[in-house]
Each structure stands twice: as structure tokens, then as C-alpha cells.
Design a protein around this ligand. Structure first.
Ligand code: FES
Ligand code: FES
Length: 223
């Protein structure tokens, strides 16, 4: 079997988009980018206060959120359930899922759009939830890892990850599973290259990727 090489910089996605900057007073790049291509929010869609690369940046996001304390009411569907909550428009979808909705299956790895650990489906397209401001999701449909199984029945991808040992520490696993689910929904019969490209935005530090790759191949056969 050929070696798979996965990196955060491969795969499709929108090109950099010129956008007025910084907030407030203009539309941050992420809003524009998310409208144009939600398939995968990529690193070039970053804006300074959306991630926690270092203390300064984390503080910067916090300061901006505190400066404009107004929250907005958000209505959306999460895992087929209607949700209404208040949040700062610049709060990250990742934080709202984990802290307000207690959906802790979605993980934070890098916090800057590189690793895919925070992947969720937003209107049936995979996104890195650490890059999506909550102001973007009013009326949207979100699927997290908690919504992938049907009751007690695991999704074929989840079962294949168990059968093939595709998970070790598990930090990357929710994002990997959602990336594979997204791939199989868009392309039920992917080639090996399609699988590599479909998982290209998701990094794993444990498995060496082959077992993950084999899990997706198994899921294609058993779905
Ligand atoms: S935590 Fe979102 S891409 Fe790494
Ligand atoms: S299983 Fe540990 S990072 Fe992938």
C-alpha cells in the first residue's frame, strides 16, 4: 500500500481574500472566507484575535471581546436539536460547543486552523470550528462528533476506526471521523488519493496515519 502523506497545508480551499482589517469597523477575513468556502477554513483565513498561538494573541482576543461586551442571540440546529443561546459574536464556535453546549467531543489542538481536531460539519460542510465566529452560525445546522451515530448504531466510519485501530490517544479522532464522514457523503467511492485529500486537513501525532487510512477504506466497504 502506498504511503499516505497528510499535512495541514494540502487539499482544496478558498484562496486568500482581501478584506478590510482590523475589527471593529470592517468585516474580518473570516466572515468573508466562511461565506465563500466553508469546505475547510484554512490557515490563511486567520485573524489575529481568533486564536491562541501565544498569550499576547489570546489576550488580544479577550480584550476585544471585553471591549464590546454585547452578546447576540443565536438560533441554530446542533445535532438535530434546536438551540438558542447568547454569545459574543466573536466567540469561537469551538468554545461555544464545548463550554456552553457541553459538547466536549470536539477537541482543540492548535487553535489556529492547522490540525483539524476541532472539525465539525456546518451546513454539511466541514470547517475548523476554532476559526468560525459564532456570529456566522445563526440559522445554521451543525453536526459534531456526538451527532454522527444514530442512537446506539455507530456510523460505519466510527465502527471502522474501532475495528482497524484508527484511534490511539483520541484527540484527533473526532475530527478524523467527521472528515471521513464528510468525504463519504460527497464521494461514496473515493480513490486512495481522494481519501488522502479528504483527510489532508487533519493531523495525528499517534497513529502514523496508516490505520486511519485503513479505517476509511474499511468504512467504504461496509457502509
Ligand atoms: S484546533 Fe482548530 S484546527 Fe487545530
Ligand atoms: S490518535 Fe492521538 S493524535 Fe491521532
Amino acid at each position: 500500500m502506498r504511503e499516505i502523506r497528510l499535512s495541514g497545508s494540502e487539499g482544496g480551499g478558498a484562496k486568500p481574500i482581501a478584506s478590510p482589517y482590523p475589527y471593529p469597523g470592517s468585516v474580518p477575513t473570516i466572515f468573508v472566507a466562511a461565506n465563500v468556502n466553508l469546505h475547510r477554513a484554512r490557515p490563511w483565513h486567520r485573524f489575529d484575535f481568533s486564536h491562541n498561538l501565544d498569550n499576547d494573541r489570546a489576550i488580544s482576543r479577550q480584550v476585544i471581546m471585553e471591549r464590546t461586551k454585547n452578546t447576540i442571540q443565536v438560533n441554530c440546529i446542533v445535532n438535530d436539536e434546536a438551540k438558542t443561546f447568547d454569545a459574543h459574536p466573536m466567540a469561537r464556535l469551538l468554545d461555544v460547543l464545548r463550554e456552553q453546549l457541553q459538547l466536549t467531543g470536539t477537541k482543540e489542538g492548535c487553535g489556529e486552523g492547522e490540525c483539524g481536531a476541532c472539525s465539525v460539519l456546518l451546513d454539511r460542510q466541514i470547517v475548523n470550528s476554532c476559526l468560525v465566529p459564532i456570529g456566522q452560525i445563526n440559522g445554521a445546522q451543525i453536526t459534531t462528533i456526538e451527532g454522527v451515530a444514530s442512537g446506539d448504531q455507530l456510523h460505519a466510519v466510527q465502527q471502522a476506526f474501532i475495528d482497524c485501530g484508527g484511534a490511539q490517544c483520541g484527540i484527533c479522532t473526532p475530527g478524523m471521523v467527521l472528515a471521513a464522514v464528510d468525504l463519504l457523503e460527497r464521494n461514496p467511492n473515493p480513490t486512495e488519493t481522494d481519501i488522502r485529500n479528504g483527510l489532508a486537513g487533519n493531523l495525528c501525532r499517534c497513529t502514523g496515519y496508516m490505520k486511519i487510512f485503513e479505517s476509511v477504506v474499511r468504512a467504504c466497504k461496509t457502509k
